[in-house]
Design a protein around this ligand. Structure first.
Ligand SMILES: C[S@@+](CC[C@H](N)C(=O)[O-])C[C@H]1O[C@@H](n2cnc3c(N)ncnc32)[C@H](O)[C@@H]1O
Length: 395
């Protein structure tokens, strides 16, 4: 049965779905979900991410990690925790950079380890290959479900890699650098709309009576009644639409609590705004084209902009930690010297590759591409020094 038929049947039996329920199941359903089965990242895939475009992105994050580790005066045992590592390219470039330039920071090679939080069997195999050179075992949804830590291996630069199904299962008893690039935009959002007659209503997904076709409708739900009671939203005009991601808020709270308990820092990199947005952003991509999210379920990437303002509110509720930024991706990379690194690369590659170096730099930093749309938010302990690149941006 296709995922669309499955959802049509489910809605006929149990009633309309919250957008967040649809988004979660379409993205992560082990048998038919987009990430476990169909996802494809890269030039030939549905969308491209910064690390898939150029290793310079991971090099910069690796260099920032070393600077942070040194600033926080932590011993030369560096642990990373990456959520949603995709093909494993970003972690490979980070570990490679830290493995190569780490000895210059510490006077000896730092010990490296990483926890990878992933649920997609397709990507787990790609990550194992990328980080450890080959795939030893086929990890099935059953392995992932039955074991909190379903795979452990030693790989690149003798780093110890361990895979977990959820952040809650990954160790929280040591300082870690938590890395998330384009992870939170895959977490589910609820959508609401302000109406003249009913105040705030929730946008839900229903099915046509006589055919397998989904459409949006609105209902007064418990969640929309809560929004009616919020002073900030009461001021918005009729017709306003908002999104909220409780899953993202919970995840960021959990990250902040881990950092408060054991130290370390988080870098959250994603597209979105640092202010209340009154437009809906839930959308779908297939072959680099925007498509209808209610069609081709499980065969296209579903995503929504990250609300950095909400994330900062969640972080502020945790004692002992501080949010820095968000700053734009372009500011972060530029302060880290990305321009110099690309100039160096340009002079090293053959002439027929020089255009691709310029293209990669523009794609990461230009305001019309990722530069301004993507933001970088950092979390550290309140007692830690302000991390490199975030001076003057702490809230
Ligand atoms: C857009 S990809 C980002 C890939 C990678 N970070 C990069 O920059 O190329 C999203 C990643 O998050 C994973 N993912 C999405 N939702 C998840 C969830 N609820 N739990 C664990 N992993 C999830 C996907 O399988 C995929 O690896």
């Amino acid at each position: 049965m296709s995922l669309l038929s499955h959802f049509c049947r489910r809605i006929r039996m149990t009633g309309p779905l919250h957008v967040a329920e649809l988004m979660h199941d379409v993205i992560m359903d082990p048998k038919h979900g987009y990430y476990p089965q169909a996802a494809s990242i890269g030039h030939k895939g549905d969308f491209i991410t910064a690390p898939e475009l150029t290793p310079v992105f991971g090099e910069i994050i690796g260099a920032w990690s070393l600077l942070y580790w040194q600033q926080a005066k932590l011993p030369p045992k560096i642990h990373f925790t990456e959520l949603g590592p995709g093909r494993g390219t970003l972690m490979r470039d980070i570990i490679d950079t830290v493995g190569i330039i780490g000895p210059a920071f510490f006077g000896k090679a730092p010990k490296l380890s990483a926890s990878l939080v992933e649920l997609s069997e397709k990507f787990i195999a790609e990550q194992e290959e990328m980080l450890c050179g080959n795939v030893r075992n086929t990890i099935t949804p059953q392995h992932i479900f039955d074991n909190h830590n379903y795979l452990s291996r030693t790989g690149l630069h003798k780093a110890k890699f361990k895979w977990y199904s959820m952040l809650d299962h990954a160790p929280d008893d040591k300082p870690s650098l938590y890395i998330m690039n384009e992870f939170l935009d895959a977490l589910p959002v609820n959508q609401f709309q302000k109406t003249e007659e009913k105040g705030w209503v929730e946008i839900m997904v229903d099915v046509e009576p006589d055919m397998d076709k989904l459409f949006y409708t609105t209902y007064k739900t418990g969640k929309s009644i809560k929004i009616d009671q919020d002073k900030e939203f009461a001021l918005l005009p009729v017709g306003s639409q908002i999104e909220h991601s409780p899953a993202s808020d919970m995840l960021v709270t959990s990250l902040a609590e881990r950092i408060a308990k054991s130290g370390g820092a988080a870098l959250i990199i994603d597209y979105g705004e640092d202010q209340l947005s009154t437009e809906l952003t839930f959308r779908a991509f297939k072959n680099h084209q925007q498509v209808n999210p209610l069609e081709d379920l499980g065969l296209c990437d579903l995503t929504a902009d990250v609300n950095f303002k909400d994330l900062k509110k969640s972080i502020a509720d945790v004692k002992g930690v501080k949010a820095h930024g968000p700053i734009t991706q372009s500011s972060f990379l530029t302060l880290m010297g990305v321009g110099e690194r690309f100039k160096q690369l340009y002079s090293q590659v053959p002439e027929d590759k020089q255009d691709s170096v310029i293209h990669a730099h523009n794609f990461l930093c230009s305001p019309d591409e990722m530069g301004d749309r993507f933001k970088v938010l950092c979390i550290t302990r309140e007692s830690d020094p302000v991390p490199f690149c975030f001076e003057g941006s702490s809230s």
